[in-house]
Write a protein that binds this ligand. Sequence first.
Ligand code: PLP
Length: 389
Amino acid sequence: MPSDPRSLLNEQLRGRKVKKLYRRRLTLETPQSTRVSVAGREYLAFCSNDYLALANHPGLIEAACEGAMRYGVGAGASHLISGHSSAHHELEDALARFVGFPRALLFSTGYMANAGVVTALAGRTDAIFADKLNHASLNDAALASRAKFLRYPHLDLPVLERQLTASQARRKLVITDAVFSMDGDIAPVASLLALCDKYDAWLVLDDAHGFGVLGGQGRGTLAHFNIRSQRIIYMATLGKAAGVFGAFVAASADVVETLIQEARSYIYTTAAPPLLSHVLLKSLDLIKSEAWRRQKLTQHTIALKQELQSLRWKLLPSETPVQPLIIGENDKALRISEALRQQGILVPAIRPPTVRQGTARLRISLSAAHTAEDIIRLGSALRGLGSVP
Ligand SMILES: *Cc1c(COP(=O)(O)O)cnc(C)c1O
């Protein structure tokens, strides 16, 4: 009997539902903000990566209109054919200066930037060393590169050093989130860099959640630690704190030139609309000049810890706006997220495989647009749910 190829899919989908791993999308009817409307109801939201509340900033909306008038809406070609615009070029220069590297290169997304960097710099004869809690895009990139792929337990530098010592690879890449996206903790960059110096490895840092948030003027995790090195390949995204879309890699000139020549996710894709670069130049100005946005985040982080200290669920120790409340079982994390939603508060439940089995969590993310009252409201709602079985 011919079998229906869809029956296998349906079995898989049912399996997800049974394991409480079925994912559903929210459909927002309003711009990204701390107040969003879903199915006609307004919610207080703690679920975006729009940490600095720039995604719906009037000055950036104005810059988008101006950018469209000046550059049109589409790039029309890849960067290497004829899609590279003066807006892209100006943004690359500004980003390189901002994060303190000789050059920067724009990618359409962070996912593509990681794919491009890792596959351009590592191949069959090379080795990649990766923190176990790295973002999925770094893992996918490592697998696609066909290099030997070694993962070390989260922040376990002694294990990393043993792996580096044992490696005979021609080229070595240590790749890590700078701020871990689901835990909110910061990688010990100085110690990682010391190991990379000792074993002659590249250090690839993914600062998707540190750029704009950490360091003086929001210059990111390297500024936070006051570290500079040409051994570092720095990646950050522009759709999180920067409020728009895209990503960039900053590094020495020879690395950037190699990416232009070799990174397939840079070469074989249409350039992002130049109007976005125009908006991002303005966003960069706001990131630099409006320190109050980062001060708000710090205040909210402190307030949230106080609000939640009597709960039986614990926040992970994080000094960033990513504040995960560990629940444990998938089912329970979902039920708490759902109970909050019934009270008009959105906090996503994050489950495996995004996080380890048994560490399902509410990922509370804070925004400069939250108010002190918002944090209190979330705190009392969670305390009220403390008896959920
Ligand atoms: C979001 C994220 C990415 C992907 O960036 P996009 O621009 O959304 O594709 C990569 N790395 C980390 C750590 C992230 O959090």
